[in-house]
Design a protein around this ligand. Sequence first.
Ligand SMILES: N[C@@H](CCC(=O)N[C@@H](CSC=O)C(=O)NCC(=O)O)C(=O)O
Length: 282
Amino acid sequence: MNNLQLISEYQSFGGKLGFYSHLSSTCNGDMRFAVYQPPQATQQSIPVLYFLSGLTCTEENFMAKAGAQRYAAEYGLMLVVPDTSPRNTGIAGEDDEGDFGTGAGFYVDATEKPWRSHYQMYSYVVQELPALIAANFPVQSDKQGIFGHSMGGHGALVCALKNPHLYKSVSAFAPIAAPISCPWGQKAFSLYLGTNQETWRGYDASELIKQTQYHSPILIDQGTADKFLVEQLLPEVFEEACRAVKQPLTLRYQEGYDHSYYFIASFIADHIRHHAIALGKI
Ligand SMILES: N[C@@H](CCC(=O)N[C@@H](CSC=O)C(=O)NCC(=O)O)C(=O)O
């Protein structure tokens, strides 16, 4: 495996879960990611499903808590989970806040100093990581799906809406659905992207959907007891934008569920099934 280091590996549901690091040219430093290879991967090339995690997460949270491996093994899907930001870049203050810097790359390509020298998470997720995966794992690169949670739900929607030809399916758990209109997004975008609101709109799913019809229905689950729902997530803004352009959207409000991985684990089967259908596995 070129430029890849296997950090640890575990047997899981008949397949294997590996944690890797590599030197990223896009992020200008070491990056980590996790890959679950279902049993089918020993026999043939298979579709690949990317999961983008939320604030404070690493490549491990989803793999440890979501319970996704069972369903990836059932349908024969490879799961790939990148870290949520570069780490140990040496940028002053990078570890100081939970909603910015380390663990909070927001899946944008930073244009502002000092972040722009490392924080290129959009290009990393859309270009460098898929190329690395294709070169080292048995995937059908023309069969990719993407989903995510919270900050990662925002990232998944943005990656798919900006590149509908690259992703056959998209879904999200409690996404930051209108980042230019919420405190988390406004803080991150102003520091990573500067003051140009046009640049901000290019990373806002509720703005992008007005210009880009996505080719298949979008699935979103949102807990009604999520403490971030009203101030930070704003699914109603995305819903209204989808309605205005007639974009098929299934937005499910799940009564009593919060923002945690207990919520994600409760509906992970539906999401993986959503992707398996679009990726031709059902
Ligand atoms: N401590 C922070 C929020 C931390 C948090 O809830 N992180 C979520 C993602 S939030 C949006 O991107 C998460 O997935 N945490 C990891 C986990 O394993 O639960 C605060 O309360 O402001």
